[in-house]
Design a protein around this ligand. Structure first.
Ligand SMILES: Cc1ncc(COP(=O)(O)O)c(C=O)c1O
Length: 396
């Protein structure tokens, strides 16, 4: 094989540390160890029955052929109606593109908007995929840090100061992976005004919109005004809300010319998302609200449990997540000369306590661990008890 066989774009991609820790946890399990995981990025519930039934019906009805690249007309219509009904966003079905998961919707948007050298603002702590995808599109991620003392709501002044003549877009992700932070309507209004002043695109990843707590009411930035909608791509999908991570259905809603560009790109890359999963997604969007509510309510109980247990561990602290299913625990006080960063601590906890966590460095938050509460209350209790006990013997 020629030595320079790999393109620069893939050479720049690092193996995901999350996958590395998950692989190590799997290996330990295969060797017979009782490993508990707080690393999950997906709901532990089964996909609700009416959604599965719609998929079976699609198969038996012969909905097994190509669909338009941008998605089944019935699903684009259902998304358009959902956005009007629940989010106050007016986008015709032509402005909707169905994608292979929300991750693919972010990628399509960046590929449609970013030219080599363009800068994209991302708030830290961030979902690490944004950085790699920006680089793949030829852009530069510019990181603006959100602080725990502000509940991880980024400072709008810091956002505006980070803008340069090369800034093309900003990515918003509220509720946020990994902090669970959400922002107010006022914050979104200020961010939208900055985007307008500097003529930026706004990518709003709203994948955790339904998993919110303490009565928090999510606001879609595109609903604020027609002007904001004209520069916003709203990204969402079925993965987290309907426990459908494996089905790979996401979508974006954008001004029609952007949606058309993403659709043209999909024509040449993936074509359509799976036809059967698309039919299931129509059923998901029409699912009786109480089914999603029962999952959300269980997540809220688990959040309270996890936050209480984290705050009970000497040297650990956390903010109260308003959404998603993660607690970002500050572990800076626990670090020692022997275990001096979050990656070493996560590896040590996996080996000694047999609990998998994700080091916060992955999310641009060194000195933290991301603890997922997408697992049973019993598992949360057992895993946190193991962590607490193991930490008594942390080497110095
Ligand atoms: C913030 C955020 N956006 C998007 C996704 C990806 O969703 P999907 O599985 O639909 O691609 C994730 C998954 O972890 C996420 O955390």
């Amino acid at each position: 094989m020629p030595t320079d066989a790999l393109a620069l774009r893939t050479q720049a991609l690092k193996a995901s540390p999350t996958l590395a820790i998950t692989a190590k946890a799997k290996k330990l399990r295969a060797e017979g160890h009782n490993v508990l995981s707080l690393a999950a990025g997906e709901p532990d519930f089964n996909t609700p029955e009416p959604i599965c039934e719609a998929a079976v019906k699609a198969m038996t009805d012969g909905l097994t052929k190509y669909t338009p690249s941008a998605g089944l007309p019935s699903l684009r219509e259902a998304v358009s109606e959902k956005l009007a009904r629940e989010n106050g966003i007016r986008v015709p079905p032509e402005g909707v593109v169905v994608t292979c998961g929300a991750k693919h919707a972010v990628f399509g948007s960046l590929m449609a908007l970013i030219d080599p050298g363009d800068e994209v603002i991302v708030f830290a702590p961030y979902w690490m995929t944004y950085l790699d995808q920006i680089v793949l599109a030829g852009g530069f991620p510019v990181i603006v840090e959100a602080k725990p003392q502000d509940g991880f709501a980024p400072s709008v002044q810091a956002f505006e100061q980070a803008i340069t003549p090369r800034t093309k877009a900003v990515i918003l992700n509220f509720p946020c992976n990994p902090t669970g932070a959400a922002v107010t309507r006022e914050w979104l209004g200020q961010a939208a005004a900055i985007a307008a002043r500097h003529d930026l695109w706004v990518l709003s990843d709203e994948i955790y919109e339904k998993l919110v707590y303490d009565g928090y009411e999510p606001v879609s930035v595109a609903s604020l005004s027609e002007e904001t909608a004209s520069r916003t791509i709203t990204i969402n999908g079925c993965s987290k809300t309907y426990a459908m991570t494996g089905w790979r259905i996401g979508y974006l809603a954008a001004p029609t010319r952007v949606a058309q560009a993403v659709s043209n790109l999909q024509d040449q890359v993936t074509s359509n998302a799976t036809s059967i999963a698309q039919a299931a997604a129509v059923a998901a969007l029409l699912l009786p609200a109480h089914i999603v509510e029962s999952m959300r309510a269980e997540f809220e109980i688990r959040r309270d449990l996890m936050v209480g247990l984290v705050r009970d561990v000497p040297g650990m602290s956390c903010t109260l997540p308003q959404g998603a299913f993660y607690v970002l625990a500050n572990v800076k006080q626990l670090l020692t000369p022997a275990i001096d960063d979050d990656c070493r601590l996560a590896t040590w906890l996996l080996e000694k306590a047999q609990v998998a966590t994700v080091p916060g460095s992955v999310f641009g938050a060194p000195g933290t661990l991301r603890l997922s509460f997408a697992c049973s209350q019993e598992q949360i209790r057992d895993a946190m008890a193991r962590i607490r006990e193991a930490l008594c013997n942390l080497p110095h």
